[in-house]
Design a protein around this ligand. Structure first.
Ligand code: IMP
Length: 183
């Protein structure tokens, strides 16, 4: 799906498919260098990170592995609550592994703060974070984000895995959702 297919629901396209893909390639090139010889485990957070994981992972030229977690943040609508529950845990033992968490977007950072603490307690060799999008609020929390795709304005966005009420994940561009859709 492209922005033109749901133009009435969107107020502004922030990044096109081409811009996103170009940035993903840059991030992958950096990860290739930083993790050379380390065979990292990329941990995706379902469901939002599906698109960025699929694209980033295929761009890597080093050996890497993939696993997934699912969390619910007890939020509704467009606000995050910070109360997190693990719905699906890793299948991999991460003791001694180089873990790179892959996220779609970091907004308040509440979800990730919980997740990173939880993963750190399992004694990985290293634990870093890659997020495709970061909102200004994220700067208030002390999460060291090793890889960031784009800094975006503090607006509710959809596309490239990001949904509103389950919809728009299949939008190839990333766009600001018209507030009329959730008002
Ligand atoms: P945080 O805990 O506030 O950082 O939010 C984490 C999760 O909220 C993300 O992984 C997304 O699933 C969701 N989220 C935050 N902002 C947006 C947005 O603008 N569009 C869609 N989902 C969002």
């Amino acid at each position: 799906m492209y922005a033109t297919d749901v133009a009435d629901d969107l107020s502004e396209v922030l990044y096109t498919e081409a811009q996103i893909q170009a940035r993903v390639k840059e991030l992958a090139a950096q990860i290739d260098v930083d993790y050379a010889g380390k065979e990292p485990l990329l941990v995706g957070v379902l469901n939002g990170a599906v698109m960025v994981m699929a694209d980033l992972f295929r761009e890597l030229t080093i050996h890497a592995m993939m696993d997934w977690m699912a969390v619910s943040s007890y939020g509704s609508g467009t606000q995050s609550s910070g109360v997190v529950r693990i719905l699906k845990d890793l299948s991999t033992d991460i003791v001694g592994r180089h873990v790179l968490v892959v996220e779609d977007i970091v907004d308040t950072g509440l979800t990730l703060t919980y997740l990173l603490e939880n993963l750190a307690s399992r004694n990985p060799a290293s634990l870093k974070l890659a997020a495709m999008f970061r909102k200004p609020e994220a700067n208030k929390v002390h999460i060291d984000m090793a890889y960031v795709g784009f800094d975006i304005p503090n607006k509710f966005v959809v596309g490239y895995g990001l949904d509103y009420d389950g919809r728009y994940r299949n939008l190839k561009d990333v766009a600001v959702l018209n507030p009329g859709v959730y008002a």
